[in-house]
Design a protein around this ligand. Structure first.
Ligand code: PMP
Length: 450
């Protein structure tokens, strides 16, 4: 790569008056622009700052870059594809990389999750899954099944469907009435019963029974689908209680309700398997994915659909569009080429197995922080860890924000925060030494913000 060009581009965007136009997502814009945290390059486990510092990536981009950054085979595949076929009309035309990527992803999914609908993001994947669920009942002659069930503390992106089934007040309160006919099950976290658990907590499987309460209230004949993250990520890493997801599957089967797993962050190795569904031995009716499907390199998401759901749409007249839904960039050639190259890297480097080997080492390293000041709980699962800090008196989130800022500026590590929880989800290529390095740095940051 021509680093001279990279640095010139970076220096250009560093001009102060260039910062005003980008209204940045999920960012306190005014504070950020007074003292920006800038990144101009990335390779493998590290980011580069404009002043040349190497900052270790503790969160794989945003739970995305599971293969690490700027990996040669993935970069080459994207470059090749851009030169060969930059775009192909998304509707009524196909291209080889789209079919190959779909087949490859379907192959990795458990059971008869055999069909893939491509989107460009996790939010679109969730909205697509909800629409498929509603349309499925329509084409199956049960169009009265329209209710959607989400969960408290669920995060399903920022589309209207996603924020409706999601359970985060800040994502909901400013945006009107949202979708009608949505209920929420309770979240599965209890500090009292679960604090400092490695992996899936013993307590909490019974919380799945709340679905029976909702069925009793509305009747199953009105309920289309239940949507959950197998492991809630964005609200602080909440691994599922042992047996919880199986119970949910049983109740859905009993009442004829579709079960959707949102695997936007748990997909592609984060928990040591291609999908959390495999780790937990539960086959949902649909899996949403995004992010790590191509290691975060090109926007891409999608929904993997079981045969009985897909096939229900394939019964009408052949010339009629079966599902009136899609995006201009569904199955974009660059995204598909990047996915194929990424899935090769995961396979060739045994990265999912690697997570299973690293999991106990990672969990022990994380738990070594439990005696530090203000640490209320630590949770780990796969290559994911979360640390709950006590909130400062001047406001929720202030302590973690300071930790994130200091981690980047003073300790050369990128961490993620939600409220006063620190989340760590490094690339799957991380070495044992680098696990030690990240945990040590985070420990120093926690002491610094005490
Ligand atoms: N679902 C889950 C579980 C997620 O974690 C996210 C993003 N963090 C999304 C959906 C939304 O994905 P995107 O930001 O790509 O729209």
């Amino acid at each position: 790569m021509d680093t001279g060009t990279t640095m010139r581009a970076a220096n250009d965007v560093m001009a102060p008056n260039d910062l005003s136009s980008w209204w940045m997502p999920f960012t306190a814009n005014r504070a950020f622009k007074q003292n920006p945290r800038m990144i101009v390059g990335a390779k493998d486990m590290h980011y580069t700052t404009p002043d040349g510092r190497q900052v270790i990536d503790g969160i794989a981009g945003l739970w995305s870059c599971n293969a690490g950054h700027a990996r040669d085979p993935i970069v080459a595949a994207i470059q090749r594809q851009a030169a060969e076929l930059d775009y192909s009309p998304a509707f009524q035309f196909g291209h080889p990389h789209g079919f190959a990527a779909a087949a490859r992803i379907a192959q990795m999914a458990p059971g008869d999750l055999d069909h893939v609908f491509f989107t460009n993001s996790g939010s679109e994947a969730i909205d697509t899954a909800l629409k498929i669920a509603l349309a499925y009942w329509n084409v199956s002659g049960q169009g009265q099944k329209t209710r959607l069930i989400g969960r408290e503390r669920g995060y399903h992106g920022v589309g209207f469907g996603g924020i409706s089934v999601g359970g985060i007040v800040s994502n909901r309160k400013f945006f009107g009435t949202l979708l009608a006919g949505v209920d929420h099950m309770p979240h599965t976290y209890s500090r009292e019963h679960q604090a400092f658990t490695k992996g899936e907590p013993d307590w909490g499987a019974h919380l799945a029974d709340d679905l029976e309460r909702i069925v009793a209230l509305h009747d199953a004949s009105t309920i289309a689908a239940v949507v959950v993250e197998p492991m809630a990520g964005s609200t602080g890493v909440l691994p599922p209680p042992k047996g919880y997801l199986k119970r949910l599957r049983e109740i859905c089967d009993k009442h004829g309700i579709l079960l959707v797993f949102d695997e936007v962050i748990s997909g592609f190795g984060r928990l040591g398997f291609a999908f959390a569904a495999e780790r937990y031995g539960v086959v949902p009716d649909m899996i949403t994915f995004a992010k790590a499907v191509n290691s975060g390199t090109v926007p891409m998401g999608g929904v993997i659909v079981r045969s009985h759901v897909h096939d229900a749409f394939m019964k009408g007249p052949e010339h009629v569009i079966e599902l009136f839904h899609g995006y201009t960039y569904s199955g974009h050639p660059l995204a598909c080429a990047a996915a194929l190259a990424t899935l090769d890297v995961y396979r060739d480097e045994n990265l999912f197995e690697r997570v299973r080997t690293l999991e106990p080492i990672w969990a022990d390293a994380m738990m070594s922080l439990r005696e530090l000041p203000n640490v209320l709980d630590i949770r780990t699962v796969g290559l994911v860890g979360a640390i709950d800090l006590a909130s400062r008196e001047d406001g929720v989130g202030k302590r973690a924000f300071e930790a994130m800022d200091r981690a980047f500026r003073e300790h050369d590590v990128v961490i993620r925060i939600t409220a006063d929880t620190i989340a760590l989800t490094p690339p799957l290529i991380i070495s044992e030494d680098q696990i030690g390095e990240i945990v040590d740095k985070v420990g120093r940051v926690i002491r610094a913000v005490a």
